[in-house]
Design a protein around this ligand. Structure first.
Ligand code: AHM
Ligand code: MG
Length: 338
């Protein structure tokens, strides 16, 4: 058997990072391990979604009035359960739940982190075998240790994130996470059931040729967005084109591809929904943190996503994210149409 021991597992990697910081407590590594475990359980169910009666509508609606699929519920319970049983998380917020869940037991009350997650993003794609994902975000508590965590711990701006990441259940399953030290990607080796470091120190190319947008909403976008999209369509070789339009409708897949290959992803506000569709805390902040650590940018069209002070758990925001020079170009169109 060919055993390549140069390849670190997710746990080995986070422990190695700890070695560089002897004062660290290991709580973040332990939290990432809990998230990794939950995502492996979700992966198993996602992979057999077509085979078992877990597929399909659950028949209820989530707090945004959207249909909930069974796997959303399963994934939510796996992530919540793994974090509750762990020793690093004082409470969670989930896109699937109306309110935060405060674990409130002696160990959890002494844990220094809280975690927000979208347990299964892109769930409308489950029935048609398109890649879906989990998105997570970790904050250091601002409330007093030893007591239950509070809503203030969750309503922090994205620039306070300690770590953020996503899992993509795709042609292979990947766990990608960022800390202030950078972005690293791990691919699940199904033979040993471990995430293995496959994409060390991910950097988003400053320029790409892919733009991702729901063209069906084109006529509902503000003028600057329309002009930028039109400019993307007109790109020629002379100005860095031609561009390619790619939109899966599963943000984890769309942003993952653009992160690796270079590109821009947008979910602008529309006349019907001026704040767009995506949620600041569960979807935009984690991806904004990851892309910035990889050298890219993320805004709501007016300000940096990570500087927005949240006021509600489930608030939505227009979202523009991607390669730095493509974002710069987008911003010139938005600014010119203010
Ligand atoms: P969800 O959280 O209900 O799954 O919705 C989020 C998803 C994103 O993954 C994706 O980018 C977007 O919705 C697609 O929306 P639309 O079909 O309106 O373009
Ligand atoms: Mg979502």
């Amino acid at each position: 058997m060919n055993i390549n021991r140069n390849i670190l597992t997710l746990d080995e990697f986070t422990i190695q990072q700890l070695r560089d910081f002897p004062a660290a407590t290991g709580e973040l590594s332990s939290l990432l391990r809990d998230l990794g475990l939950a995502s492996k359980r979700v992966n198993v169910e996602v992979n057999k979604a077509g085979l078992v009666d877990i597929l399909g509508d659950f028949g209820t609606t989530n707090v945004q009035g959207e249909e909930v699929k069974k796997l959303d519920v399963y994934a939510n319970n796996q992530f919540m359960g793994a974090l509750k049983h762990g020793i690093s998380c004082a409470g969670i917020g989930s896109e699937e739940l109306d309110d935060i869940v405060i674990f409130d037991d002696p160990v959890s009350n002494n844990s220094k982190y809280v975690c927000l997650f979208d347990p299964l993003d892109g769930s409308s794609n489950i029935d048609v075998n398109v890649s879906i994902g989990t998105i997570f975000s970790v904050y250091r508590r601002v409330s007093e240790l030893g007591k239950p965590c509070t809503k203030e711990d969750f309503l922090q701006p994205g620039n306070k994130q300690v770590a953020a990441g996503y899992v993509i259940y795709g042609s292979s399953t990947m766990f990608v996470y960022a800390t202030k030290r950078g972005v690293n990607g791990f691919t699940l080796d199904p033979q040993i059931g471990e995430f293995c470091l496959s994409h060390p120190d991910i950097k988003c190319p400053a320029k790409g040729k892919i733009y991702s947008v729901n063209h069906g909403n084109f006529f509902q976008y503000e003028q600057g967005v329309k002009e930028y999209i039109t400019a993307c369509q007109k790109k020629t070789k002379a100005d860095g084109g031609p561009y390619t339009q790619r939109y899966i409708g599963s943000m984890v897949s769309d942003v993952h591809r653009n992160l690796i290959k270079g590109g821009i992803f947008t979910y602008p506000g529309t006349t019907d929904k001026p704040k767009g569709k995506l949620r600041l805390l569960y979807e935009c902040n984690p991806f904004a943190f990851i892309i910035e650590k990889a050298g890219g940018k993320a805004t709501n069209g007016k300000q940096r996503i990570l500087d927005i002070q949240p006021t509600e758990l489930h608030q939505r925001t227009p979202f523009f994210i991607g390669s730095s020079s493509m974002m710069d170009e987008l911003e010139t169109y938005l600014a010119a149409n203010k």
